[in-house]
Ligand binder design. Structure first.
Ligand SMILES: [Zn+2]
Length: 357
């Protein structure tokens, strides 16, 4: 078994996607009310943690929370004006900081906690206290720009953690593999002109944000060749992801030789997700993580951190996460095969259409 860290915090489930209304004085120890049902609810994440607990896997992991990211950590990525505006709105009743990026009271602090979980996961893996780690970060981060929130993302969790790790540990080659079904436009933008961070995004073509994520986006200046987009046609399924990994991602990682691999780990490519159509079952997440771990074993003594991004099927995200974290921990629980509604997908169907690169 691996020493696998699991980083989570109850307050990450308290972030809500709309400003506060009503008489309840939320804030402090009063959890914000969720209001109308929104796609980015805490339930898929909370239920993932619940399944880890019920299956017995959580007891095998090294569980931690983390301090919220400090302002100096955020300022390595975000502009002071953006952080000030976010902080002021959060201290009032919440508001909107960009397209599909509304929030309720207190979300600045919840987002700082989310970034802090990823930061501490990197720290503990880099110093060797853990072999690898999963951060159940919420709100997510991969759409967020330095000066604008976007697509449920308010702070760029992974770039914040990378900059902190570069500052504290002096590492110089980090790879980010983003298999959230939506394009990782924020991470791409932040590192687009740099060679010290290789960014790879596998996503459903032209899903969100529309018009982003094309193969022609390879980086600029010193970063030319260090951004790789792999847009897949809707419905591609398991075989499309195998093609993307074996033909592009694994060779690119082996060529780059990163000192750490970070996975922007969305589960919204699963077959039940309401926001996309990539038709994966949970065994694909087992495969994807196993290949990342293969490369990490060769390049960087197995150092892998996965940070939670999207995934909106409350029923199925937990099983995808369970499969992935079992793979990281090299520990399969007895309950998993009995309770996974798609566990009979041992022979996955072939892709109906080829992937596009
Ligand atoms: Zn997504």
């Amino acid at each position: 078994m691996k020493r696998t860290g699991f980083f989570s915090d109850e307050t990450c489930f308290w972030h809500v996607g709309q400003p506060h209304v009503g008489p309840l004085p939320v804030g402090g120890w009063v959890q914000p009310t969720a209001g109308a049902s929104l796609p980015e609810s805490p339930d898929s994440k909370r239920r993932l943690k619940s399944l880890l607990d019920v299956s017995g896997l959580l007891a095998e992991l090294v569980c931690h929370s983390a301090p919220a990211a400090y302002e100096e950590d955020l300022l390595r990525v975000h502009t002071p004006d953006y952080l000030a505006a976010f902080s002021v709105l959060s201290a009032a009743e919440g508001g909107t900081m960009g397209p599909q990026a509304s929030f309720g009271k207190g979300s600045y602090d919840y987002a700082r906690k989310s970034a802090g979980l990823v930061m501490r996961a990197l720290d503990m893996v880099l110093v060797g206290e853990l072999d690898n780690a999963y951060a159940l970060s919420r709100p997510p981060g991969h759409h967020c720009l330095p000066d604008q929130a976007m697509g449920f993302c308010f702070l760029a969790n992974i770039p914040i953690a990378i900059e902190a790790a570069r500052f504290r540990h002096g590492i110089s080659r980090i790879a980010v593999v983003d298999w959230d079904v939506h394009h990782g436009n924020g991470t791409e933008a932040i590192f687009y002109d740099r060679a010290d961070v290789l960014t790879i995004s596998i996503h459903q073509e032209n899903c969100f944000p529309a018009g982003f994520g094309g193969t022609e986006r390879r980086g600029v200046g010193a970063g030319t060749g260090y951004n790789i987009n792999i847009p897949l046609l809707p419905g591609g399924g398991h075989e499309a992801y195998v093609g993307a990994m074996e033909k592009i991602v694994v060779p690119a990682l082996m060529d780059y030789r990163p000192e750490l691999i970070i996975v922007a780990c969305g589960f919204d490519a699963n077959a039940f997700d309401p926001l996309a159509r990539m038709m994966l079952a949970s065994p694909t997440y087992r495969y994807l993580m196993s290949r990342i771990m293969d490369v990490a074993e060769i390049c960087c003594a197995g150092k892998v951190v996965a940070a939670h991004e999207g995934g909106y099927s409350e029923a199925y995200v937990p099983f995808c996460g369970q499969a992935l974290i079992e793979t990281m921990a090299d520990h399969k629980t007895a309950s998993w095969m009995r309770s996974n509604p798609l566990s009979h997908f041992s022979n996955l169907p072939p892709a109906s259409r080829p992937f596009r690169t």
